[in-house]
Ligand binder design. Structure first.
Ligand SMILES: Cc1cc2nc3c(=O)[nH]c(=O)nc-3n(C[C@H](O)[C@H](O)[C@H](O)COP(=O)(O)OP(=O)(O)OC[C@H]3O[C@@H](n4cnc5c(N)ncnc54)[C@H](O)[C@@H]3O)c2cc1C
Length: 397
């Protein structure tokens, strides 16, 4: 069956990019989808073999320049990968998705030449993985004031504190740590980013237990116990760490939007099939009932509108013209609409929607992360109203 999403996507994507998307869909259908239920029921993270298969396809180097051994792709490729993998599982998609859009991106945006030479070839090949160390137990939305501190030493820095919610922590070779370096500085100019190796004996990783979303994705707490790094570990400029992280998050928010739409697309296809197969009341397909049509059409409208908007912004991102507020707004809207519609999709499928093998409960759970991850939707509304209410925001600054 042709996916409804593809009807909207095909006219928006050049033929070469479309071939890549189809390859990704085929890979997901053959190598990932048949295993998902087993992985979920066993509560296991993505197996090393699946990560290696993705590395072999070049997914960890998708947006890395060819001169560093990457595929030389764009944000559009990343979004297509997110849509294809996320259609079956957001938590599988987020593994290469976070590795590239959050892990590698700060290095691409702000790294010095020697840092790029040192890391990008291994990152592109999937031999290394960076994690994005912004969130902390005491600092979520208010990320401009990290509790992780870096104090100056001769020729280097000493870092202390804890990061949490770090996606891909289990597989990480390095963490990009956002740390307080200039407590008296202006808001947004108090922190610096450091590249810290995970194999330092003073870095401790623990997988966060009990997580019921993104089940196959690794999410870690990472403790830094007086870790010493040289000056050369600084990523970007000193006291400019928040800008590095905030700029990276723009692309991350587009990726999360793609995951939300992938979940919506899966739910829509499921509902369309089921509404035609399932018969009730004198052998009528339930799709004949007006309320069922109502939900299906709302999902279809939401998918077409949101996908079109997202791809428009992705083009802006690739052209370097995307506004921060736009990335926040599209994440808010894609995750909100998909989250509102998923329970209705489940309702029109009835009892069978409760079964894990039907796939809807997975997407319903994972959509929660789309609302909170990459900055919670509520907090992002403050950011997004800046151009609308400049007088208010001048006072808040
Ligand atoms: C599965 C998963 C993976 C993640 N991966 C990463 C990662 O790789 N790296 C990383 O650094 N972080 C990661 N995160 C963390 C994520 O970015 C944070 O959860 C998010 O920024 C919100 O922070 P918080 O959970 O501490 O919520 P808080 O900041 O404590 O906020 C709680 C709630 O308060 C409300 N709120 C807070 N501030 C405001 C405001 N200004 N205006 C209105 N309402 C507000 C919102 O409802 C918000 O949801 C991940 C999170 C999850 C769940």
């Amino acid at each position: 069956m042709r996916r409804r999403m593809d009807t909207y996507l095909a006219p928006l994507v050049e033929s070469e990019r479309w071939s890549f998307y189809e390859t990704m869909c085929a890979f997901t259908a053959e190598a990932i989808a048949p295993e998902l239920l087993t992985w979920e029921r066993q509560h296991c993270l993505l197996p090393a073999t699946a990560i290696q298969a993705m590395a072999d396809m070049g997914l960890f180097g998708l947006t890395v320049a060819e001169e560093y051994g990457g595929q030389g792709g764009t944000q559009l490729d990343l979004i297509l990968m997110g849509l294809a993998l996320g259609y079956h599982s957001q938590s599988v998609a987020i593994t290469p998705g976070a590795a590239t859009s959050l892990g590698i991106k700060p290095l691409q945006l702000c790294g010095r030449d020697e840092q790029k030479q040192a890391h990008l070839p291994d990152l592109a090949a999937g031999r290394r993985m960076f994690v994005f160390g912004l969130s902390e137990p005491g600092r979520g939305s208010d990320a401009t004031n990290p509790e992780v501190r870096a104090t100056r030493l001769p020729g280097g820095w000493r870092l202390h504190g804890e990061k949490c919610w770090s996606t891909n922590a289990k597989w990480a070779s390095h963490i990009v740590v956002h740390a307080l370096t200039n407590p008296e500085g202006r808001r947004g100019h108090r922190s610096t980013c450091f590249i810290v190796p995970m194999d330092d004996p003073r870095v401790q990783y623990q997988e966060m237990q009990g997580k019921q979303v993104w089940m196959q994705s690794s999410t870690g707490a990472i403790a830094l116990d007086q870790v010493e790094v040289p000056d050369s570990a600084i990523l970007g400029a000193e006291h400019d760490g928040f800008r590095v992280m905030a700029t990276t998050l723009n692309g991350g928010r587009l990726f999360i939007s793609a995951l939300a739409l992938a979940s919506l697309a899966y739910a829509l296809d499921r509902c369309c099939s089921y509404a035609q197969e399932r018969v009730q009341f004198a052998n009528q397909p339930i799709g004949r009932f007006q309320r069922v049509q109502d939900v299906i059409l709302d999902m279809d409208i939401a998918l077409e509108q949101s996908l079109t908007w997202l791809l428009h912004l992705v083009r802006q991102y690739d052209a370097g013209t995307l506004q921060r507020e736009s990335a926040a707004k599209v994440k808010i809207e894609c995750s909100r609409r998909a989250s509102e519609l998923l329970p209705l999709a489940m309702e029109i499928c009835g009892g069978i929607a409760c079964l894990d093998e039907f796939g809807l409960t997975r997407h319903w759970r994972d959509l929660f992360v789309c609302r909170v991850g990459g900055g919670s939707n509520f907090a992002l509304k403050t950011l997004s109203t800046r151009p609308l209410l400049p007088g208010i925001h001048d006072i808040l600054q």
